[in-house]
Design a protein around this ligand. Structure first.
Ligand SMILES: [Zn+2]
Length: 355
């Protein structure tokens, strides 16, 4: 491993915070002290939560300006209300202490349809070929779903830019495990753009899906830069063709770095796998999105122990990948004291990680 640009945590004002109000200003002050003491320089904040992952929290974690988004805040989250918002104090303090901050949303994810329909009445979820609908991921070919995505990102970048934040990350648009969406809107889109019939999909559907994603992601980069010309947009992805995220297409979008999911599922369990993934994603710069949670959402992944954390840090430290530019440990709100200690000690045991 060469020297990295970014080493730090992903945390959140509310996601997986085990109480109703989410994190307070004091909680973040404690985290900043700890990060400085342990040589970390990067803090990415997850600014939206879905009720399917966290029973206390559903909605946006910042006070939006757009009237269509105002009803969609997480009412339990302190930072989502104008009167108790506190990241405007925390972000400048982090930056003064040498910590680069990022805001992230899953984008095109929403698991409480009864709330979203009040503002975006014709939104739609991804639909598999057998007609089964996703319960959380929205279809980017649906105009109301897409408008929601654009509105959310625009509003988040306005909020962040006022606080001096120039880095943003998203996870979607993507097509699901079916490799495409088969709703009426997607069928129409693919007919119009590629002259193909999704009722009888072509062999190379993943290529066409990636070209469609290239167009959508290029538009989102434009949306971000129209609000803040200095801003960068990063993408959480392993570059799966099924998602429509072929690395060669992502390169053309203006997305400036990828954050591949590492260690989120049991299927990810070898050093060679990590290096193969980085090679596949090259030359896109990568900041690893490493799950070191000891507490997992329902039916998701596996809980890590300190030995798992030490093993992963060893793989990263030995990686020869030239496109490896950083490491983000996830999720700071759901790690045991033992895993936290393993992260900090692991970083120390391999010497200086940062440039
Ligand atoms: Zn669709």
């Amino acid at each position: 491993m060469g020297k990295l640009k970014y080493v730090g945590w992903m945390s959140s004002p509310h996601y997986q915070v085990p109480n109703k109000t989410g994190y307070t200003e004091d909680d973040f002050n404690r985290l900043l002290d700890e990060m400085v003491d342990n040589g970390m320089n990067f803090l990415s904040l997850h600014m939206e939560c879905q009720s399917c992952y966290d029973r206390y929290h559903d909605g946006l974690a910042w006070p939006p300006r757009n009237p269509r988004l105002k009803p969609l805040i997480d009412r339990n989250c302190l930072n989502a209300h104008e009167e108790s918002e506190f990241l405007s104090h925390i972000i400048p303090q982090a930056q003064n202490r040498g910590i680069t901050c990022q805001f992230m949303i899953n984008s095109l994810h929403w698991s409480s349809p009864e709330r979203l329909v009040s503002q975006y009445p014709n939104f739609g979820y991804l639909k598999a070929r057998n007609g089964e609908e996703s319960r959380v991921v929205l279809c980017p070919d649906n105009s109301d779903s897409w408008q929601f995505c654009v509105d959310e990102i625009t509003d988040l970048v306005k909020y962040g830019t006022d606080l001096g934040v120039n880095l943003y990350a998203i996870e979607s648009p993507f097509y699901g495990h079916s490799g495409c969406c088969f709703c009426e809107d997607s069928r129409r889109t693919f007919k119009e753009k590629f002259d193909v019939d999704l009722g009888n999909p072509p062999y190379d559907l993943a290529i066409l899906g990636s070209l469609r994603m290239q167009e959508l992601l290029t538009e989102l980069v434009r949306v971000v830069k129209a609000t803040n010309a200095q801003a960068e947009l990063w993408l959480h992805t392993q570059g799966s063709p099924k998602w429509g995220h072929l690395p060669s297409c992502l390169r053309k979008t203006g997305i400036s770095a990828l954050m591949p999911h590492v260690y989120h599922s049991r299927q990810f369990e070898s050093e060679k796998h990590l290096n193969a993934l980085l090679d596949y994603l090259a030359p896109n710069p990568c900041i690893l999105h490493c799950c070191v949670r000891s507490r997992m959402p329902i039916d998701y992944g596996w809980a890590k122990d300190p030995e798992d954390v030490r093993k992963l840090i060893g793989w990263i430290a030995r990686s020869p990948a030239e496109n490896l530019e950083g490491v983000m440990f996830f999720n700071e709100t759901a790690v045991s004291p033992e895993n936290r200690k393993a992260v900090y000690e692991g970083l120390r045991s391999y010497g200086r990680w940062l440039e």
